[in-house]
Ligand binder design. Structure first.
Ligand SMILES: Nc1ncnc2c1ncn2[C@@H]1O[C@H](COP(=O)(O)OP(=O)(O)OP(=O)(O)O)[C@@H](O)[C@H]1O
Length: 284
């Protein structure tokens, strides 16, 4: 049985209700003063343990802005975010420790996010120390390396000595070592070659099925969603225009905008796949 089926009855881990974000910019016409533009409107989202949800949208749709709100890096102008029933909003590092232990982020460009002076082992240890995790750090580090399939011989290597795929796995290991309940992953497969992609997908599968870790996977590319996510949200011009099972979304997109994204995903997929296997198979 898939993890999400058993988790559907459980309480949401993260809830966003009625989120709005406005951007205030000086007008080019000085007599008009500052102009306000709404970049997120009425965002409602709930993520349950073990769920893997995709958030797709073209460039400028508002994905990064929403990610920043969910990570409590920025505050919403209206609406609320709660995690396990507790309010989430920007606060001091100390006040947000509980949230950072539960909700972790995998950045889009892992190589750039890793301090080049630190060893792999120290890079994985750093969040455990910063977030005051009271456990055997050496064991957690080894466990995380094993989990992402990175040989322990790499633990003394510096990021400069790693390939892009290995750096991606170190970035994931940093998050995994905290045993988070939710991972927010920004374009987690971009720039990875096919074997490493398969490995990362398998890891996400295992974490959601075996540990009940939830995922919000952000991508401008819809073609990654059928394999990774059972539910997909489409963000368009700051609003969620679809929130459905990925299979239903691919079978019968409700909006013209989604239809165009699905068409593009099929073209991308066909370009990357042998001719005998050009049909996208949404997860059931
Ligand atoms: N600091 C800012 N100054 C000006 N405009 C901004 C700023 N932050 C966001 N925006 C605008 O808000 C909208 C949403 O941007 P956002 O970066 O969230 O989109 P996105 O979906 O993440 O795009 P991408 O995939 O290109 O990163 C865009 O129109 C963007 O130009």
């Amino acid at each position: 049985m898939h993890g999400v089926n058993s988790s559907q009855a459980s309480a949401p881990l993260l809830c966003a209700e009625g989120l709005y974000k406005h951007l205030h910019q000086p007008s080019l016409a000085f007599w008009r003063g500052r102009q306000s533009r709404t970049i997120l409107r009425d965002i409602n989202l709930s993520i349950r343990p073990g769920e893997r949800i995709g958030l797709a949208g073209v460039s400028g749709a508002g994905k990064t802005t929403l990610l920043n709100l969910l990570l409590a890096l920025k505050g919403a102008d209206a609406g609320t975010i709660t995690c396990q029933g507790q309010p989430v909003r920007p606060a001091s590092v100390r006040a947000l420790r509980w949230y950072r232990r539960l909700v972790q982020y995998i950045p889009q460009d892992p190589a750039a996010s890793l301090d080049p002076r630190m060893s792999v082992r120290d890079l994985i240890r750093e969040p455990l120390v910063r977030l005051n995790v009271a456990d055997n750090h050496a064991r957690r580090i080894d466990e995380a390396l094993d989990r992402v399939g990175l040989d322990r011989k790499f633990s003394s290597a510096r990021p400069g000595a790693l390939s892009g795929g290995q750096a991606q796995r170190v970035a994931i290991a940093r998050a995994v070592a905290l045993r988070p309940r939710l991972l927010l992953a920004d374009e987690p497969l971009s720039g990875l070659d096919l074997p490493v992609r398969a490995r990362v997908m398998q890891l996400f599968d295992d974490m959601s099925r075996l540990d009940g870790t939830a995922f919000l996977i952000i991508s401008h590319d819809l073609s990654v969603m059928p394999r990774l996510c059972e539910r997909t949200l489409i963000l368009h011009d700051g609003a969620i225009i679809e929130d459905r099972s990925t299979a239903a979304l691919f079978d019968a997109p409700a909006h013209d905008h989604t239809r165009a994204l699905v068409r593009a995903a099929h073209l991308d997929h066909a370009a990357m796949t042998p001719a005998s296997a050009t049909v996208l198979h949404p997860v059931s």
